[in-house]
Design a binder for this molecule. Sequence first.
Ligand code: PLP
Length: 375
Amino acid sequence: MIYLDNAATTRPDPSVIQAMMPYLTEQFANPSAFYQEAVRVRMQIDLARQHAADLLGAAPGNIYFTAGGTEADNWALRAGAEMMREKGRHIITSSVEHPAVRNTARYLASCGYEVTFLPVDGRGRVDPDEVRAAIRPDTVLISVMHANNELGTIEPVREIGMAAREAGVLFHTDAVQTFGHIPIDPEECGISFLSASAHKLNGPKGVGLLYVAPGLRPGRLLYGGSQERSLRPGTENPAAIIGFGEAARLAALRMDEDAARIRTLRQDFIMELKSQIPGIRINGDEEQSLPGIVSVTFPSVSSETLLIRLDQHGICASAGSACSAGAIEPSPVLTACGMSEEQAKRTLRFSLGRENTAEEMEETVRVLRAVLSES
Ligand code: PLP
């Protein structure tokens, strides 16, 4: 198998699995209990929180574990809007957000909030000047992602964060695709809330986090006991949290080296695609991009057909479009960049990760060329 779908999820690192195993077997105590067995588990959860915080240059007290990126996004938008209710009911977001943000913003719109979905340029980038211009006296929250999951485009979060800070508006960024892959300093970027998810950095699924800036206390996500300082109650999942901590620890050690290596693989892949397959188009921003995401629009063949043919050769990629009710709908992210529906339906995303090799990328170009020449 050639796995080129690392933006969808990544393989858990063997050392993550090793770190998790004791907490799925012998060390099963409830971390809230009093006895030493439980205290040992609690200490490992605290250590995981420290590792996650270290990746952000933050204090562990600003990290709340959640059940993934979707949950963190929902919490940030709903709690952020609620915290500022007295000030107003206007929210700004972009037209290329993940459904976890887009659909939460739509839900808030159904509750009486007014939501501005800002356009992006052809590379999928939000213009910070447009964010500034969209801020009104009743604006309470801005949510713009750190990097886009379909295009890899990195958004100007620092400029947006500065605009939010100057205007006294909360700023959330969905960093699910970037946490552990490229650095981010939330304090320096004026970020109030940041979401991340373990399974995008070789950690386990079903665990993520919300970073909350010092001095802010969002409303509780759930009502229950005192876990996660009463804001996100429910018995913790120690194995998942400890696995996330290990993934974050590894990412801190490997980030620079991995990013440089993956970026080179990506550049070579793009060069080969351009030279061997006439008529293709590389989407997104070739400079301001995540190291591993390549979005390609192919001439003539639908992404559905290409995906099936690639799968027959053991190559896992994904369409830049979401499957709904059996029909492939064009991706709103791609159409927001000015692509026609027809072009969007001929677009694939290859997302490279820590384990990919130059040989795999060469093989992928070879298979693509063969498949395209047959059709
Ligand atoms: N946000 C972005 C940008 C994502 O890419 C994803 C996952 O695909 C999510 C949010 C959702 O994260 P999770 O799968 O942990 O719920």
